[in-house]
Design a protein around this ligand. Structure first.
Ligand code: ADP
Ligand code: GLC
Length: 698
């Protein structure tokens, strides 16, 4: 992924709080929070702890750890011993600690948008200001949420009641493959009940959802990014929007995320200390601090796993050498935190490879702990990223038993282990973000070498297409736009947004030009080689192109070149800028998504909702969400092409232009049809809820 490494702020050592606990006390407190396979001798433990006391020493130890991996692996792995639990809970006055933790926080690393924005040539930046000044009703959800913060509850005692785990859990050599699930068995969840119309008496606003009619389920989302805290792509959007929609369907949702240093200070400040404990990790022989910081918004509880040793980078993803340990720690700590908080969900819903080990931990090290009774779902947002590294390293950091390193689960080949592959084997259900992608990933073309594995598990695989959050994406209230508009007046007001966009980007201000937008990570996935090879043909004097994105240097440079070569006609915004993205969705006539593969894709949904017609390749979620325009019937939502071929992309663009320039009446019809199309989360969230119910039938 186009995940740029941004220099982190000065690393600070993790908050060290439990070093003074006596061994006896620890034994007493030993619980099932995070069972380990590796017995840690008291002496070694003490040593580890004393190292943690000194920030400098700790940092050094961390570095050494990484370098020592291969060596550690060569020494015979400690045979299975009693699973001594090394987690230690330290009850503490919550309020005080919250202050301490927040104060200790290093100045947040630069927001990504800020950082990349610096690369943008000056004129475009200067012009962005006026549009942002547009007054508009803004929903300040984040603020109101503070009021809902639950009191900090120390759940430690309840956790302690759980029995201490004995020997390392026995793991089945090969994961159990379930028969094809009874898909239709789930109870039908009804749509939100209509407001009672029988009584003419008008009282206070009737609730839109009568939650009591829906079965209640609790769900823990575990993933590596979530808007508005940290987002590099669509995963962040889904982690934000889906939980909020599930709350409306009577789900009790907690989202567990890493507490990255790059989370904006405004959110860091609102987090409340929820507790802390220490947890061992793999063969490191160390105890790691796990803090839990909590933030509640719109009925969703966000629990941030705090450990500044792992999460200090200015960007969630850096390189696999750092990311493998980071997400081993995160996956284990997330489950341990659920035990610690004594909040045992019905469902654990994991996302992408960064949480891929969660289903494996759940059925091995955590099998006999309270959280072990939860069912798990693993959602694939992008199969290209799998968390592959050599077996010794993943064994070292994960501490998972040898038995899961087989070809049916984590093992990839003779050399490597694959964290996503393991998760897919152990999850109770697998989902991906569109029906077409669910099918595609079982073929060699899209399977990223996991097609056989996925076919083997196809009985528990299903596709549920993403939606978009209608509060976040609403042209009627969007504060970023030059002029707000809705379905009823789009034809009058969209032009104003086009002109404002042209002004903002230094393009020739001419409402008769056909403006094509492209908002994307600039990576190989997104079909940018096709785009760059046809730009000269696309720019025919009546067309303008606007690109917004960051990523691989080759694409960034190509688009910068075009901006220079086609001044006033081509704009390359090599930056990450949410506000500008909204203005491009509103101000363009069409939006390009010519991806090589696209699990779902959200930009085409945003575009349609803003009355901008998508031009897409028929793959994955693009195929499922954009019906091709039919010249004869006038039906459809956008323009499509099938084979990955620049000529076909050019043809699709030309077809769009033809309708735009010669048949505006029909074009405008499609604009309105797209705005009216339901691309919300409502329908898809219901499918997830059905899946949860299917897994928890009682
Ligand atoms: P992916 O997750 O593969 O990157 P999606 O289409 O699912 O693709 O989601 C991309 C999300 O990121 C959309 O919400 C899009 O608006 C946003 N986005 C992508 N690039 C930028 C950018 N440079 N600036 C602002 N938003 C961006
Ligand atoms: C991934 C995919 C994208 C999808 C998003 C959210 O990043 O590339 O197609 O929309 O995840 O599921």
């Amino acid at each position: 992924m186009a995940r740029k490494k941004v220099d982190s702020s000065v690393e600070k050592a993790a908050v060290n709080k439990a070093a003074d606990s006596s061994v006896e006390k620890k034994a007493e407190l030993s619980a099932t929070i995070a069972p380990s396979e590796i017995k840690i001798e008291p002496a070694a433990e003490k040593k580890a702890k004393s190292a943690e006391k000194k920030p400098a020493a700790k940092k050094k130890a961390a570095t050494a750890d990484k370098k020592a991996e291969p060596v550690v692996e060569k020494t015979p792995a400690p045979a299975k011993k009693e699973a001594e639990v090394v987690v230690e809970k330290k009850p503490a006055p919550a309020e005080k600690k919250a202050e301490v933790v927040v104060e200790k926080k290093p100045a947040p690393a630069k927001k990504k948008s800020d950082t990349v924005a610096e690369k943008k040539p000056a004129p475009a930046k200067r012009k962005s200001a006026p549009a942002e000044k547009k007054p508009a009703p803004v929903k300040k959800k984040a603020e109101t949420s503070e009021k809902k913060l639950k009191p900090v509850v120390e759940a430690a005692t309840a956790v302690e009641a759980a029995p201490v785990v004995e020997a390392a859990p026995v793991v089945e050599a090969a994961p159990v493959v379930e028969a094809a699930p009874v898909v239709e068995a789930a109870p039908v969840v009804e749509a939100a009940p209509v407001v009672d119309e029988v009584s003419p008496v008008v009282e206070e606003a009737a609730p839109v959802f009568d939650l009591s009619t829906l079965p209640r389920r609790s769900v823990a989302f575990i993933g590596s990014e979530c808007h508005p805290f940290v987002k590099t792509g669509g995963l962040g959007d889904v982690m934000y929007a889906l939980p909020r929609e599930l709350v409306k369907l009577n789900c009790d949702v907690r989202v567990i995320l890493p507490r990255y240093a790059c989370i904006p200070q405004q959110y860091q400040d609102k987090m409340v200390y929820r507790g802390e404990f220490y947890m061992d990790l793999g063969s490191t022989g160390r105890n790691y601090y796990v803090g839990i910081m909590e933030y509640v918004s719109d009925g969703v509880v966000y629990d941030f796993i705090d450990n500044q040793e792992f999460f200090t980078s200015g960007n969630p993803y850096t390189n696999l050498v750092d990311d493998i340990p980071k997400y081993c720690f995160f996956s284990k700590a997330a489950l341990a935190a659920l035990n610690f908080m004594n909040w045992i969900p019905d469902i654990i819903h994991c996302h992408d490879w960064q949480a891929g080990l969660v289903p494996v931990y759940l059925r091995t090290l955590f099998k006999d702990t309270p959280v072990g009774r939860a069912r798990s779902i693993l959602t694939i947002h992008n199969l290209r990223f799998q968390g592959i590294f050599n077996i010794p390293t993943i064994k070292y950091w994960s501490g998972l038993p040898d038995s899961v390193f087989n070809m049916g689960a984590l093992q990839q080949d003779y050399v490597n282990a694959n964290m996503l592959k393991g998760g897919l084997a152990y999850a109770d259900r697998i989902t991906t973000v569109s029906g077409t992608y669910a099918w595609e990933i079982q073929t060699p073309e899209y399977g990223e070498r996991l097609e056989d594995h996925l076919r083997y598990h196809s009985g528990k695989l299903r596709g549920i297409v993403n939606g978009i959050d209608y509060d976040m994406w609403n042209p009627e209230t969007d504060p970023a736009l030059a002029e707000n508009y809705g379905l009823g007046n789009v034809l009058e007001h969209k032009m104003a947004n086009k002109l404002a966009l042209q002004r903002e980007l230094g393009l020739e201000e001419d409402e008769s030009k056909f403006v094509i937008g492209l908002i994307s990570r600039l990576t190989n996935q997104k079909g940018l080689d096709l785009v760059s090879s046809i730009i000269p043909q696309v720019l025919d004097g009546n067309t303008q192109v606007v690109v917004l994105g960051t990523g691989d240097a080759q694409y960034e440079d190509t688009f910068r070149y075009y901006e220079g070569a086609y001044k006033g006609t081509f704009s390359a915004c090599i930056q990450y800028d949410e506000g500008r993205a909204h203005r491009i969705y509103a101000g363009s006539d069409a939006l390009l998504v010519p991806s090589r593969f696209e699990p779902c894709g959200l930009t085409q949904l945003n575009a349609m909702h803003y009355g901008t017609l998508p031009i897409v390749r028929e793959t994955g979620g693009l195929k499922d969400t954009v019906q091709p325009y039919n010249d004869f019937t006038g039906e459809g939502n956008g323009f499509t092409f099938d084979r990955y071929d620049a000529g076909l992309l050019l043809d699709a663009i030309n077809r769009a232009k033809t309708v735009y320039f010669t048949n505006r009446y029909h074009w405008d019809e499609v604009v309105q049809r797209d705005m009216a199309k339901d691309v919300s989360w409502a329908n898809s969230a219901r499918q997830y809820k059905d899946l949860y119910l299917e897994l928890t039938q009682w």
